[in-house]
Design a protein around this ligand. Structure first.
Ligand SMILES: Nc1ncnc2c1ncn2[C@@H]1O[C@H](COP(=O)(O)OP(=O)(O)O)[C@@H](O)[C@H]1O
Ligand SMILES: [Mg+2]
Length: 219
């Protein structure tokens, strides 16, 4: 399997908190340009795994390599990453657009037009001045997805991205992620909803108490 082109490679990754293993000797790779899904009960370790891949948490043991770089050694964070981890946090008193603008300005790569496009793609009105404090959970989630895609990253790590969305919102965000996948993005997605995973993902894994097992995709 040496010639496989993996975007994410975890080798013998263990993560423990206060001596308790949350991730147990994980060996897990995500092929470049594929979408992989992670199912699993609450507390099984999905979010911790995603945080380790994003460089938000250090691993206790093992290696995490993303886009060819070792996280925590060669780079602190993956270099071309858009992520939503748990419920996205924003500055509540500012508008969605202002929030995205502040984040974009940190890197200085985006124009106002890029932000408008990202907001339109997730179905938010780019002219909306309402503060994020007054957004519904679904609108917040859409804003989180806009933030994840706005810089056009190669990798998307999406932890329960459909939380709080109504049926139509789920349909719209599914289509958006299918578009991103068709554009060659690598996607790692967790969801409670097995239908979301079946529709979007090439391969599906189940996290069970820190161990990942591949699940047969039922058609
Ligand atoms: N920062 C932390 N400190 C201590 N324990 C944590 C921390 N983050 C997560 N955990 C524990 O790790 C386990 C897995 O959590 P998590 O990855 O959030 O589960 P999931 O996302 O699958 O619901 C849980 O038992 C949780 O309490
Ligand atoms: Mg979680």
């Amino acid at each position: 399997m040496m010639n496989m082109d993996y975007y994410i490679e975890l080798t013998n990754v263990r993560k423990c908190f206060q001596g308790e293993d949350v991730l147990k000797e994980l060996n897990f790779c995500v092929e470049r340009g594929s979408a992989y899904g992670i199912a699993g009960n609450n507390g099984s370790g999905k979010t911790v795994l995603m945080k380790c891949i994003c460089g938000f948490l250090p691993v206790t043991q093992g290696l995490v390599r993303v886009g060819g770089k070792y996280i925590g050694r060669e780079v602190d964070f993956p270099q071309s990453l858009g992520a939503i981890i748990e419920t996205p946090g924003f500055l509540d008193h500012l508008s969605g657009r202002r929030n995205l603008q502040i984040l974009a300005d940190l890197r200085g790569r985006l124009t106002g037009r890029d932000i408008t496009v990202a907001l339109l793609r997730v179905g938010l009105n780019p002219g909306l001045t309402r503060p994020v404090a007054k957004y519904s959970l679904g609108m917040r989630q859409r804003l989180g997805i806009a933030q994840a895609i706005m810089e056009d990253p190669e990798l998307l790590i999406l932890d329960e991205p459909f939380n709080g969305l109504d049926k139509q919102g789920v349909q719209e965000m599914r289509s958006l992620l299918l578009e991103e996948k068709a554009r060659g993005k690598t996607i790692l997605l967790s969801s409670h909803n097995s239908e979301d995973l079946r529709i979007l993902c090439d391969r599906i894994f189940e996290m069970d108490a820190g161990i990942m097992k591949e699940v047969e995709k039922t058609v």
